[in-house]
Design a protein around this ligand. Structure first.
Ligand code: FES
Ligand code: FES
Length: 155
């Protein structure tokens, strides 16, 4: 099937099998490897991207479902050499160790702050509850999102 997907503001055309997963379109067809694959079973959230502004697990969507729609990946966060506040938050608060979960955490955090500019710690923990991190214990991830919201509190 021929599909046309706007990825990070640029229209991308592709000819794909209907069974192709969105994450494979992004990583293999489009060569954007910032979106990770951790589990392939909708568990870990490493593959999180935004579809029309909503965070989704791209290992659990078909590429054809993105036809005519907007996808934002982690590569779309930085603009003109300037980090998005969510990236700056993770940088300042060291919200990562191995970094494998980080693209998904960034996209989930970005989507949360678009919806709720001043989330509580409970709001943040709820938002990232579908994103697993095996390294950090989550404390610095929460601080990173708080930093990005401009409402950083020591916890
Ligand atoms: S790779 Fe998609 S949720 Fe883990
Ligand atoms: S930093 Fe390693 S999985 Fe989160």
């Amino acid at each position: 099937m021929k599909i046309s997907v706007t990825v990070n503001g640029t229209v991308k055309e592709a000819d794909v099998e209907p069974r192709l997963l969105l994450v494979h379109l992004i990583r293999e067809n489009l060569g954007m490897t910032g979106t990770h694959i951790g589990c392939d079973t909708t568990t870990c959230g490493a593959c999180t991207v935004l579809l029309d502004g909503q965070p989704i697990k791209s290992c659990t969507a078909f590429a054809v479902q993105a036809n005519g729609r907007q996808v934002m990946t982690v590569e779309g966060l930085e603009k003109d050499g300037k980090l998005d506040p969510i990236q700056e938050g993770f940088f300042q608060e060291h919200g990562l160790q191995c970094g494998f979960c980080t693209p998904g955490m960034l996209m989930t955090g970005f989507a949360l702050l678009k919806k709720n500019a001043s989330p509580s710690e409970a709001d943040i923990r709820w938002a990232i509850s579908g994103n697993l991190c095996r390294c950090t214990g989550y404390v610095n991830i929460v601080k990173s999102i708080q930093h990005a919201s401009g409402a950083r509190h020591d916890t």
